[in-house]
Design a protein around this ligand. Sequence first.
Ligand SMILES: Cc1cc2nc3c(=O)[nH]c(=O)nc-3n(C[C@H](O)[C@H](O)[C@H](O)COP(=O)(O)OP(=O)(O)OC[C@H]3O[C@@H](n4cnc5c(N)ncnc54)[C@H](O)[C@@H]3O)c2cc1C
Length: 415
Amino acid sequence: MESHYEILVIGGGTGGIMTAAKLLKENKSLKVGIIEPSDTHYYQAAWTLVGAGTYDYGNTGRPMSSVIPKRATWIQDKATGFKPAQNTVQTASSGDITYDYLIVAPGLVYDWSLVPGLGEAMDKGVVCSNYTDPEHTWNVLRNFKGGTALFTLPPTPIKCGGAPQKIMYLSESHFRKAGVRDKTTVVFATPGTTIFGIPEIKKTLLEVVDKKDINLRFGYKLEKVDGPNQIAWYSFMDHEDEYNHKDVRTEKDGNLTGIHFDMMHTAPPSSAPRVIQDSPLANEAKWLDIDKYTLQHNRYPNVFGLGDVAGIPAAKTGAAIRKQVPVVIQNILAMKSGDGLGSKTYNGYSSCPIVTDYGKMVLAEFDYDNNFIPDPKLKMMLIGDSSKEHWRLWMLKKYGLPYLYWNKMLKGKDV
Ligand SMILES: Cc1cc2nc3c(=O)[nH]c(=O)nc-3n(C[C@H](O)[C@H](O)[C@H](O)COP(=O)(O)OP(=O)(O)OC[C@H]3O[C@@H](n4cnc5c(N)ncnc54)[C@H](O)[C@@H]3O)c2cc1C
C-alpha cells in the first residue's frame, strides 16, 4: 500500500465519498486515498422512514467497495492520530500515511457517557432511536398500547436536528391508525427554545402540532435515563416553557424532574470522534477547527474538513455537505495550482426534510442567518411553497433523494 497521497480523505461517509468522487471528476489524475474502516456505507436520511415502517432498512446500506470512486485507493483502516505539522496521519494497522492535502470527514460519534443510563437503556424494550436502530423503533411503535409517548433529544449538537420531531409526527399518525391515539399523550421535550428556527417553517409546524395535539416542552435538558423504571430525568434551562400543556406522570428528585414514559425515542448525545478531540485539529469545543466560510483549517492551511465533524454553526446534514463539497474542492484545486483559495464560500446552507405525516413533508432550506432559501428547482416540481406540507415533497424524500444520493451525489455529479 502506498504511504503518500496528494489528497488523503478521512472517512468514507457522505462527506468523504462525495468529495473524493467530485475531485476525481474534476481531475482524473489526482492520487486520492480514503481511510475508512467500515464495510458498509449507509444512507442515514432514510432511517426516519425505516423507523416509521415505510422503508426497508436493507435498502439504506450498500457495500463500501461499491461507493469508493474507482480511481481512489481505499485504505480499509482507522485513523488513530494526526500530526498535521508533519502532514501525517497515523493508522491502526497501515502505519503512517502522508499527504499534500488532508480532508477530514469522520462524522460524529455517540457519547453515552453524557447522559447516564441512556446507553444501557438504548434499543431495548420501549427505548428507541432512529439514529442507532430504526428497525427497533418500528417494533416499539407497533407494540405501543398507549400511555406517554416521549420524543426527546440531548443538549449536544446532533445529526439532522429535525429528525427527532419527524419520527414523532409519523408515530402520532401510526397511533391513530393503530387505534391507540385516544389512550396516548404525545410529548416533545427539547433543550431548544422553539420547534424550528425559521419563521416560515415554525408557522407550519405549529399548525401540525395543533392538529396532532402534541405537548411541546422547551428548555428541557436530558440529564439521565432510568431504563428499568421508564423515567427520563431533566433539569430546566432558563427558557423553560410549554405549549399545549398535557398532564403526564412526573416526579421530582432535587432539581431534576422525571417524566414517566411508555415509549421513548431520542437522538443520542454526540461528539466528534475521540481521535479528533485529542488531536491538534480540534477547537476548544473539541470539534474540527475550520473556518465556517472556506472550510479550511484555522491553523493548518492544507487541511480542510466538512460534514458532521465540522466545528461550524451549520446543521449536521447530508444536505449541508452537498453545498460544502464544491467549496472544499475549489479551494484545494486552487491551492494546488498556486492560486491561493478559490472564490466559492459556504453560506451555511442546510436543508431539513421535515416529514409531517405519511405522504406529507415540509422542506426547510436555510443559511447561517436562518433565512428561508428554497431551491428554485422546486418550482419545476410544481411545489410553489415548500414551507407548506406537500405530497410531492414526500415523494422527493421517499424516492427522489435516495435515487439522487446513490446515483448522482456519491458519483460526484451535480444535482
Ligand atoms: C436518523 C437520521 C436522519 C437523518 N436525516 C437526514 C436528512 O433527512 N437529510 C440530511 O441531509 N441528512 C440527514 N441525516 C444526517 C446525515 O446522514 C449526516 O449528516 C451525514 O451522513 C454526515 O456525513 P459525514 O460524512 O460527516 O459522516 P458519516 O456519513 O457518518 O461518515 C463518517 C465516516 O467516517 C468513518 N470514520 C469514523 N472514524 C474514522 C476514523 N478514525 N478513521 C477513518 N474513518 C473513520 C465512519 O466509518 C464513517 O463511514 C440524518 C442522520 C440520521 C442518523
